[in-house]
Design a protein around this ligand. Structure first.
Ligand SMILES: C[S@@+](CC[C@H](N)C(=O)[O-])C[C@H]1O[C@@H](n2cnc3c(N)ncnc32)[C@H](O)[C@@H]1O
Length: 211
């Protein structure tokens, strides 16, 4: 496993030795170089430190929706070093960084698409073991369902990060999370859920499988 937890800190084994992606610390452990993974900059790191199991192996294929410039994607790329990460984002401004990252990491495939329209990338993306979604949109459950229907393998898992303010600023976060959970439960079974405090305020993450 290319993931290391040590004294409450998280690290991934660096695929591109000597290079840090976003200014994170590089350390030597077990005769190799690792990158520190900051739970305040990555909801996936926060989830792992909150006890979520990592449903990712070295050969995993991942559909990552909402990659932004690739902070978390880079760590997923370290973990699934022998797999593939389809990194989707709708914003052209983040693609430049993502393309730069993909130029150095053979397992990242940047895709400039809207995750609401998965049929537009269905000729590129294959069956995946994990869908990780962090798009900060209002119809998050709907986006996940559409993508899972097209791409998730039978025994695959999904993780979805929800920011309550992206869905409704006036409702209490707990109410928003409850509503999203009911929508998710129409198509998925919830294996685990957790709020991400103290790392992220008013965020919740779910680990799901298809019903
Ligand atoms: C919170 S940021 C993602 C941060 C990233 N997951 C990380 O941990 O490094 C949300 C991203 O979702 C993207 N996004 C929003 N709506 C989207 C959509 N419909 N399809 C694809 N990407 C979308 C935004 O452009 C933004 O880059």
């Amino acid at each position: 496993m290319n993931l290391l937890v040590e004294k409450g800190k998280l690290y991934t084994k660096n695929m591109v030795v000597g290079e840090s992606v976003y200014g994170e610390r590089l350390v030597r452990r077990r005769g190799a170089e690792y990158r520190q993974w900051d739970p305040r900059r990555s909801k996936l790191a926060a989830a792992i430190l909150k006890g979520f199991s990592v449903t990712l192996g070295r050969d995993s294929t991942v559909l990552y929706l909402g990659s932004a410039s690739g902070t978390t994607v880079s760590h997923v790329s370290d973990i699934a070093d022998n797999g593939k990460i389809y990194a989707v984002d709708v914003a052209p401004r983040v693609m430049r960084d993502l393309l730069f990252l993909a130029g150095k990491r053979k397992n990242i495939f940047p895709l400039l698409f809207n995750a609401n329209l998965p049929e537009e990338y269905s000729n590129i993306v294959e069956g995946v073991d994990l869908i990780y979604q962090d798009v900060a949109e209002r119809n998050q459950a709907d986006i996940l369902e559409k993508n899972a229907r097209l791409f998730l393998k039978e025994n695959g898992t999904c993780m979805i990060a929800i920011k309550s303010r992206s869905i409704n600023v006036s409702k209490k976060p707990g109410v928003v999370f409850g509503e999203v959970e009911s929508q998710l439960r129409e198509h998925f079974r919830v294996l685990k859920k957790a709020r991400l405090e103290p790392f992220e305020k008013d965020h919740m993450i779910f680990l799901l499988v298809k019903k």
